[in-house]
Design a protein around this ligand. Structure first.
Ligand SMILES: [Fe+2]
Ligand SMILES: [Fe+2]
Length: 164
């Protein structure tokens, strides 16, 4: 059985993952509208991945006899300055999520909840990947610089990210 503080913390993380999904969907929509279909595809896959994170957390709550209470999500921005601006925001957002996941783990430690500690370790590892992905794309955008041709090549490369 989940403790009340643990259930509350897991419910908050569900909201944060759905917020992430919604932010990446907004970024995907914006990329589509400016003709960057590869960026749009990559961000749409990321939207799905964030929803999968949220669903994974709902399963953790349900498996332990807890209750999921969905919360309000934030309205994401509709406009972004550039792909660079988008990936600066993705990286900053994922760094914020890493801090939240770490705090979730702290709650599991404080509650002596060993089962949740094991589950949250998956998310700790996943955040390494999330920050690495955002950093890599941001580095590639920096290399592409002002060159339209380089940006188009990067856009084509990002289009290869398949849904999973
Ligand atoms: Fe996530
Ligand atoms: Fe991931």
């Amino acid at each position: 059985m989940l403790s009340k503080p643990m259930q509350k913390a897991l419910n908050e993380q569900i909201m944060h993952e759905i917020n992430s999904a919604y932010l990446y969907l907004a970024m995907s929509m914006h990329s589509s509208s400016v003709g960057l279909q590869g960026f749009a595809t990559w961000l749409r896959v990321q939207w799905q991945e964030e929803l999968a994170h949220a669903m994974k957390l709902t399963e953790i709550v349900h498996d332990r006899g807890g209750r999921v209470a969905l919360q309000a999500v934030e309205k994401p921005p509709a406009e972004f300055k550039s792909p660079q601006d988008i990936f600066h925001q993705v990286l900053a957002h994922e760094q914020k999520i890493t801090a939240l996941i770490n705090r979730l783990y702290e709650t599991a430690l404080k509650e002596d909840d060993y089962a949740t500690q094991v589950e949250v370790q998956w998310f700790i590892k996943e955040q390494i990947e999330e920050e690495k992905n955002a950093t890599t794309i941001l580095d590639q955008l920096t290399m592409a610089g002002e060159s339209g041709a380089s940006l188009m090549m990067l856009d084509r490369a990002l289009a290869a990210r398949a849904a999973h």
